[in-house]
Design a protein around this ligand. Structure first.
Ligand code: NDP
Length: 343
């Protein structure tokens, strides 16, 4: 059983050398009798920016840090190969928290955290979408947009890290809702994708803008009603200056911060008051009661070709560390997934 493990806790941006491949000899690929566990073969693993937080020796209230030397835990799609749990039978496909390894023994004892669910294979929907469009990132876009942004038809929406797993769906939902949507991303290829495949009204490469405030004034001469913030830092600061009265900012993530003790300050919070802006952080896991409605709505929209999904698929477990690290330099184009095995 090959595994990708975290060597030791880190600070700052993850590097490939913070992780290593190990091989564990397993006598029998079986779920122990009486354990209630089931053994899965991992097919697709997800690289998500939040995982960086679990590489620090810090106990956030909602999720514990990784254990150095143990396989990295992350969302994945897997196939049950042996089971001591009557709810999960060999041959079932599941999506939820699994390990960065070939096989994982899953003890289904914390369902809300693991977001474990069975998947019904569907000829029209690739299995890997269950860690992206139809998994945690897609759900983040869905609840972030509908629950936090309170969107109205005709509003001006700005999305950062717009071609990524979360951003690409936020933009498409905003368009379907009748909003005007502009995205920012870190390369001309991504800008092209936003405009020509994801249906954004406009897009720009923030790395080519010396003055982000001026850029936002150019793209939103009338101001921004909704800012869906995936990056924090300078972009958030510039967006604050460009919000309209009664604007909403959904604080989804801060991937631009180099470390969580980043001194980069936000200077423009004063805009919140005269403009009566609502700025709210959120965690997708607080809204899991909405997951079934999300799954149905987004699967249908995908099948009806109302939305598309851009995936960046790496082949092989050994590529996982580089793919994960790439999230913090923008190497990924779309949702970053690792294919460990196809069946
Ligand atoms: P992405 O697929 O968008 O990948 C990360 C992207 O972030 C990169 O491709 C890169 O795109 C961009 N990026 C990296 N470094 C920087 C930087 N210094 N400045 C600006 N942009 C940068 O990731 P996800 O869509 O999975 O996640 C997006 C955000 O949503 C993250 O902040 C994540 O933590 C957050 N999140 C929050 C959840 C919640 O419940 N609140 C749940 C899930 C995700 P580019 O080339 O465009 O710069």
């Amino acid at each position: 059983n090959r595994q990708v493990v975290l060597k030791e806790y880190i600070d700052g941006i993850p590097k490939e050398s913070d992780m290593e491949m190990k091989s564990e000899k397993v006598a029998l690929l079986k779920a122990p009798k009486g354990s209630g566990a089931f053994l899965v073969k991992n097919l697709y693993l997800s690289c998500d920016p939040y995982m960086r937080g679990r590489m620090r020796n810090f106990h956030a209230s909602y999720i514990p840090p990784f254990v150095p030397g143990q396989p990295i835990e992350g969302f994945g799609v897997a196939k049950v190969v042996d089971s001591d749990n009557p709810d999960f039978k060999p041959g079932d496909y599941i999506s939820g928290l699994t390990g960065w390894e070939d096989y994982t023994l899953i003890y289904n004892n914390n369902t809300s955290l693991s977001q474990l669910r069975k998947i019904q294979p569907d000829d029209c929907i690739p299995l890997s979408y269950h860690v992206g469009l139809l998994g945690m990132p897609g759900f983040t876009a869905y609840v972030g947009f509908y629950e936090i942004c309170s969107p109205k038809k005709g509003e001006y929406v700005f999305v950062s890290a717009a071609s990524g797993a979360v951003g690409q769906l936020v933009g498409q939902l905003a368009k379907l809702h009748g909003c005007y949507v502009v995205g920012s991303a870190g390369s001309s290829q991504k800008v092209d994708l936003l405009k020509n495949q994801l249906g954004f009204d406009d897009a720009f490469n923030y790395k080519e803008e010396a003055d982000l405030d001026a850029a936002l004034k150019r793209y939103f001469p009338k101001g921004i009603d909704i800012y869906f913030d995936n990056v924090g830092g300078d972009m958030l600061d510039a967006a604050l200056l460009n919000m309209r009265v009664h604007g909403r900012i959904a604080v989804c993530g801060m991937v631009s911060l180099h470390s969580f003790s980043d001194p980069k300050g936000i200077h423009n919070l004063h805009s919140l008051i005269p403009k009566r802006i609502k700025m709210q952080g959120f965690l997708q896991s607080d809204y899991l009661n909405k997951f079934p409605e999300f799954l149905e709505h987004i699967s249908e929209s995908y099948k009806q070709q109302k939305i598309v999904c851009i995936e960046d698929m790496n082949e092989g477990l050994e590529t996982a560390p580089a793919a994960f690290v790439g999230l913090f330099s923008g190497r990924n184009i779309g949702k970053q997934v690792i294919c460990v095995a196809r069946e």
